[in-house]
Structure formats: C-alpha cells, structure tokens
Design a protein around this ligand. Structure first.
Ligand code: ATP
Ligand SMILES: Nc1nc2c(ncn2[C@@H]2O[C@H](COP(=O)(O)O)[C@@H](O)[C@H]2O)c(=O)[nH]1
Length: 306
C-alpha cells in the first residue's frame, strides 16, 4: 500500500493546514481569556513583545481590541485610526512607537475593563405629542454621556429636521433593505402610516462600550425591545391631562386634521398600555421630565452636564 501514502509535498500541506488550525485555536483562546477578564490586554501585549512570533505576537491588534468587553467594532476602528496602526498589524509586528502608543492607551483606560453590565438601555415611549422628542432633545443637549439612538423612517422630513440627527430619512426600498439585512433592532408601522426602525449597530456598540442609550420609539417598538432585551427599562411619558395633549398636538401644527385624528386614536390605545411600563413620568416641565428619565440611568448630572 506504499503507493497510497501521501507524497512529501502533500504531507507538507496537511501539516501546514493542521498548524494553521492549531494557531487559530490558540489565538481564539487568548481572545477568550481577555474577554472573560482572565488576562488583561496589557498582559497579552507584554507577552507579544517578549515573543513576537508566539501566539500573542501573531494576534492582530484589531482582534485584541475587540476582545476587550468595552470595545465594539466601531470603537476599535476609531482607536486604531487614532493610534495610527494599520488594521492588518499583528502585535508582534508593531514598531516601537506604535507599541508605546498602544501600551499607553491600554494602561490609561481602566474603564475599558468594565463590562456591558454597566450600560443602561432606556426606552422612552408615550402618546403622540406628549413631548417625547422634546424631552429626548433636551437630554441630547444637556446629558452628552447618553447616546440618543437615531431612527430610520420612511416619512418625509418636517421643516427644521436634520438628516442623521432627527432621523435617517429613507425610501420604502431602503427600509426594506435594512430589514432584510437585519440592521434594525426593532421596527414598526406607526399611526398606520409610515415605518420607523431603530438601527441596531450604534445601540450594540454603545452598550458594548458600557454607555447608556435612549430609544425614543412607539409602543409596538417598546414591546419589541422588551422581548429582544429584557434588561431594558421602559419609561412611559404622560401628559398632565388629555386636554393638554390635544393642545400640544394641535399647537405643534405639523399634521393636518386627518392625521391629528389618527394620532389621537393611537394615543388612546397607547395610554391604555401604560401599565406595561416600568416607570411613568409626567411631562409638566421638559427639564424636570428629562432629569427624571436620566436619573433612571443612574448617571450623575454633575458628570454628564457640560
Ligand atoms: N413640557 C412641555 N410643556 C409644554 N409644551 C411641551 C412640553 N413638552 C413638549 N411640548 C410641546 O408639545 C409639542 C409636541 O412635542 P413633541 O413633538 O416633542 O412630541 P412627541 O411625543 O415627540 O410627538 P410624536 O410622537 O407625535 O412625534 C411640541 O410643540 C412641544 O414643543
Ligand atoms: N417603533 C419605533 N417607533 C419610532 C421610532 N422612531 C420614532 N418612533 C415613533 O414614531 C412616532 C411618530 O414620530 P414622528 O417623528 O413622525 O412624530 C413617535 O411615537 C415616535 O416615538 C423607531 O425607531 N421605532
């Protein structure tokens, strides 16, 4: 059976592919150790410096960074750009200055060791014109530590609304594409009219980085988030009275009479569902309501106010 034996080049190829699999496993093991906190990224960097062609030395900088619980892909890309390190660089192949910059970065940021458990996801819902957008805007202006999710919508911009700040204004086809690509954490057709959805990426990144996130969405969206992320805290914003709600809707003047009537119909259903929420906040005064919502994230105003 000697003729069935692999010829020497084949033996080389088999051995090389086994070695590659073993090396990949070893690198995965190092990443798991960093992710679980068994080893710090600094310790891994030190091992790579001591042995540039060992397991740690073969690890890419990008792989090391995303193993750290507080760092998602977007944040990692920002970090390597700032440290002027190419995404293909392995730890063992870093130049002295790059190595020093990475070491300084890792040692100066103890907060990076915090896990996603520190983050808070707050969902702010409530009937039309209660002031959700106004309160969320106040939080964006005055509490910069809170990430305000920017939704995608198929409705047209209102005067003064800004693309990428108020919403991502997309066509029906683009919205379909986002759903198909799994880019939305939740989405709903609101007031039986247009579709609205929460882009998943920025929310995941913020939570992975230990930051707090606020979603200002409708009741259907709040229910969907509760199913997907049971740790989310659901806040229902209430008007001081029904009459005041109608006054705010009409006073805003952004909908015609038919749309106002449709929204008030939805509002009755939404008000009836307030018992499903973890907290209720009455929007008498915008600043007070915003503070109550932020307090639920346990972010101290002193550290958050500019
Ligand atoms: N505390 C408040 N006191 C008085 N007016 C308010 C208060 N909060 C918001 N408003 C006003 O109420 C109107 C509706 O507010 P806003 O557009 O923020 O509501 P919304 O809940 O986001 O509505 P929708 O769900 O329809 O988008 C706006 O004209 C806003 O200026
Ligand atoms: N389920 C979701 N609802 C959303 C989202 N973004 C906004 N909304 C809600 O839509 C209505 C109407 O908003 P408007 O700006 O047209 O007045 C309001 O209740 C919002 O809270 C979302 O991403 N998902």
């Amino acid at each position: 059976m000697a003729e069935n034996r692999p010829t020497p080049p084949e033996v080389d190829r088999v051995a090389a592919s086994r070695a590659a699999v073993a090396a990949r496993r070893a690198r995965a093991h190092v990443k798991a150790e960093v992710a679980s906190g068994e080893r710090t990224a600094l310790e891994v960097l030190a091992a790579a410096i001591a042995d540039p062609i060992g397991v740690e030395g073969r690890l890419r900088v990008t792989e090391l960074l995303v193993s750290i619980p507080a760092i998602g892909v977007t944040k990692m890309q920002r970090i390597i750009h700032r440290l002027e390190i190419s995404p293909s660089k392995r730890l063992g192949g870093l130049g002295r200055h790059q190595r020093d910059r990475l070491r300084d970065f890792l040692s100066e940021r103890p907060a990076l060791r915090h896990s996603a458990i520190d983050s808070k996801l707050i969902v702010l819902a409530g009937p039309t014109a209660v002031g959700k957008g106004t309160v969320a805007g106040y939080i964006r202006e005055n509490y910069p530590d809170v990430l305000l999710s920017v939704s995608a919508t198929t409705r047209a911009p209102r005067p003064g609304e800004i693309e990428g700040v108020s919403y991502f204004f997309v066509s029906d086809d683009e919205f379909d594409g986002m759903i198909r690509a799994g880019e939305l954490l939740e989405w709903a057709k609101v007031h039986n009219a247009y579709r609205y959805g929460t882009p998943r990426g920025p929310v995941d990144d913020a939570i992975a980085a230990g930051n707090s996130v606020l979603l200002e969405i409708d009741l259907q969206g709040a229910r969907a988030v509760r199913r997907a992320m049971p740790e989310a805290r659901l806040v229902f914003l209430l008007p001081p009275s029904w009459e005041e709600l109608v006054r705010r809707l009409i006073g805003r003047g952004t909908e015609d009479a038919a749309e106002q009537a449709r929204r008030l119909e939805t509002a009755k259903l939404e008000l009836a569902a307030q018992g499903e929420f973890d907290y209720r906040v009455i929007n008498h005064d915008v600043g007070d309501a915003a503070r109550e919502v932020v307090d639920l994230m346990e972010i101290s105003a002193a550290s958050s106010m500019p």
